[in-house]
Structure formats: C-alpha cells, structure tokens
Design a protein around this ligand. Structure first.
Ligand code: URA
Length: 194
C-alpha cells in the first residue's frame, strides 16, 4: 500500500502517463486535524517542482483570500484529487481520478474536517458525483458520503478563475468567508501570535 498514514502517498505507479510526466508525488499539506480541507484538481508545474499543492499564481490567490479572512495557509489543509502533474497541464482523465480516489478518501477520513471546500469544477464533480455549475453554485453546501461517513462540501470557483475573470474575485472571497464561518474558523491566524 502506497499510503500508510492516510495522508502521505509514496511510490504509487498506477497511472503510467502521470508517472512519466511527474517529478514527484505532491501530497496534501497542513494540519492533519484541520477544520477546513481545500481540494483542488491536480498539481501544475510549480507544484510539481516544489512538491506542495497551490504554490503558483493560484496559490497566491488562495493565500491572499485566506489572509483576508484572518487565516494563514498553515491553518488549513490543502490537497488535490490527483497527486501527480498531468502532462501539458491537461485535466486528469477519469481513470486517473479513480486511481487516486482512495488516497483522497483516506485523507478525508483522517482529517475529518468540519468542511471540505472544492476549488473548481473537477473536484466538485469528483466528490459529489454529479454535474456542477461552479459559478452559480459557489458557496452552496452539499454532502459527500465516504464509507458511510457524510462530509459537508462547499463549492468554490477555482482561484485561477479570478485571474482570468476579475468578476469572480468577489465570488471567491465570499465563498472563503462563508467557509470559514461554517467551520468556525477565521480571525485567529497563526501569524497573529507573532
Ligand atoms: N491547481 C490545482 O487544482 N491544484 C494545484 O495544486 C494547483 C493549481
């Protein structure tokens, strides 16, 4: 088994195309008991290089959004549906999402967050198992059941959407604020203790 602690995947070779395109497996980061678990799609070039989810421009948007509601990156957990960078940053294929699903479910069980926040359409549809219109459903909460446990999932636009379409900035900020409130987080950034 490539994932012993529910969080860290090592040595997985289930997806030949991703094994060929990745430099490393990009595991989730943040506290294992975080109240908020953010789930993105898959690592991009920056994440593949640095070994951490959301460290490129999307990551800057996420970090800024968290800071605006009094949270630091270190206060939340951040992971992806697929842990290896797809070639040319294409969307992960259905079988790649399926191959990595068990790792995401293990992380969900281990972290047991108050709220999961999906960043973009791919993680929303992957976790909820239905079509999602991510802009019109942003901020909505739905359920996802894994092994008989139900998790609350709030839908968010992808942080990168705010770079292409500035009108999404407010939608993203409103969703983060609602998520922090829902999870009983915010206004208590670890930065505040320094
Ligand atoms: N986009 C994602 O969906 N995940 C990342 O880790 C970075 C960008």
């Amino acid at each position: 088994m490539a994932c012993m602690d529910g969080l860290t995947v090592a040595g997985c070779e289930r997806c030949p195309a991703l094994v060929a395109s990745r430099s490393r497996i990009v595991n989730g980061v943040g506290p294992a008991d975080a109240a908020l678990l953010f789930v993105g799609e898959a690592p991009g070039a920056n994440e593949d290089r640095e070994g951490e989810p959301f460290v490129g421009r999307s990551g800057d948007v996420l970090d800024d959004g968290l800071r605006e509601i009094g949270l630091a990156r270190a206060d939340v957990r951040i992971t992806n549906c697929v842990r290896c960078r797809p070639p040319e940053n294409r969307d992960p294929h259905v079988e790649e999402l399926a191959n990595c699903r068990g790792y995401l479910e293990a992380e969900l069980r281990r972290v047991d967050p108050e709220l999961v926040v999906t960043l973009g359409k791919v993680p929303a549809e992957h976790l909820l198992g239905r079509d999602v219109a991510v802009t019109s459903e942003a901020g909505d909460v739905d359920d996802c059941t894994v092994d008989g446990e139900t998790y609350r999932v709030m839908l968010s636009v992808h942080p990168a959407a705010t770079l292409y379409d500035p009108s999404q900035k407010e939608t993203f900020a409103d969703t983060l604020r609602a998520a922090a409130e829902y999870a009983g987080e915010g206004g208590q950034s670890t930065l505040g203790s320094f």
